[in-house]
Design a protein around this ligand. Structure first.
Ligand SMILES: Nc1ncnc2c1ncn2[C@@H]1O[C@H](COP(=O)(O)OP(=O)(O)OP(=O)(O)O)[C@@H](O)[C@H]1O
Ligand SMILES: [Mg+2]
Length: 269
């Protein structure tokens, strides 16, 4: 048995506000472990009631599948920290103390948008073999927000890039505001967006996509259930919503072969 401390369980505290990120509601904060985290706040905007729930659930599922999700934690932001941070005193946004979502701020990174004019080649991407997985995963969850600002590329010391997935606030039918009702809506897919087109150009063959389906299908339903059950109570997801999300994810597992076939046909066009 190892005696080393599992750092993912380490409780950390906010120490210093660093900066506000592009959308205006995600903020970089230095924490007590010496790392900077991007904090995404529960309840900051009324119209985004499920944003942070989605960030959390999707990150947990991505972690179970060993996809390149940025390391994340649930963090507690105390009232005192808010009081002493004027940057978080906003009229149009409400920052409350409590449990929020935080992922490590990746230094030396740039958004996919910034490499669109000269796309990295196969050999320039260290984790190229994960990209088919990211694509299939996004369809499973009906991520409708894998835009060019929601993928970041970290520059490694060997000059290659490591691709990280970020921003999973707009997943599942209904996105920021899904309910048990909206989850019944037919998903609208975005597999023709620029990031995915780049992924298709880097694949060895279409088999890379189809073979990833099994990774998701084989993810035990109990694990998916546990992820949903672990959503913090403070985030007000009621039993009906949780059950509906669970059923949605199981249904999407069954539909994945069809969805991926559609993508492969699209690629062949
Ligand atoms: N972990 C991270 N490391 C480095 N940069 C990040 C990280 N997370 C986010 N960013 C940067 O901050 C930007 C905004 O982050 P994110 O998309 O998560 O916030 P958002 O509030 O959803 O914004 P928007 O609504 O504009 O998408 C990203 O496009 C990226 O440039
Ligand atoms: Mg974003």
């Amino acid at each position: 048995m190892t005696t080393s401390k599992n750092t993912t369980d380490e409780v950390i505290h906010p120490v210093k506000y660093v900066e506000t990120l592009r959308g205006g509601t995600a903020h970089v904060i230095l924490f007590s472990d010496g790392k900077k985290y991007v904090v995404k706040w529960f309840g900051v905007k009324k119209a985004r009631g499920k944003e942070v729930v989605n960030e959390y659930v999707v990150s947990k599922l991505a972690q179970l599948l060993s996809l390149p999700i940025v390391p994340f934690k649930l963090v507690y932001i105390p009232e005192d920290f808010l009081k002493n941070t004027p940057q978080l005193h906003k009229k149009k946004q409400s920052y409350h103390s409590g449990i929020h979502y935080a992922c490590v701020f990746i230094e030396n990174s740039t958004v996919f948008e910034n490499v669109r004019q000269s796309l990295p080649s196969k050999t320039e991407v260290k984790n190229r073999d994960m990209l088919a997985g990211v694509t299939v995963f996004d369809q499973w969850l009906n991520n409708s927000d894998r835009g060019t600002m929601n993928v970041i590329l970290e520059r490694l010391s060997d000059e290659r890039y490591y691709v990280h997935m970020i921003d999973h606030g707009r997943c599942f039918p209904g996105g920021y505001q899904w309910t048990s009702k909206t989850l019944m809506n037919e998903p609208v897919y975005t597999y023709h967006w620029p990031f995915y087109k780049w992924v298709y150009s880097l694949l060895h063959d279409a088999q890379e996509l189809t073979s990833y389906i099994d990774n998701i299908v084989d993810l035990p339903n109990e694990s998916i259930y546990e992820v949903i059950q672990s959503i913090p109570n403070e985030w007000n997801v009621d039993t009906e919503d949780k059950e509906a999300l669970y059923q949605f994810l199981l249904k999407q597992k069954k539909d994945l072969p069809n969805i991926i076939n559609t993508i492969i046909e699209y690629q062949g066009q």
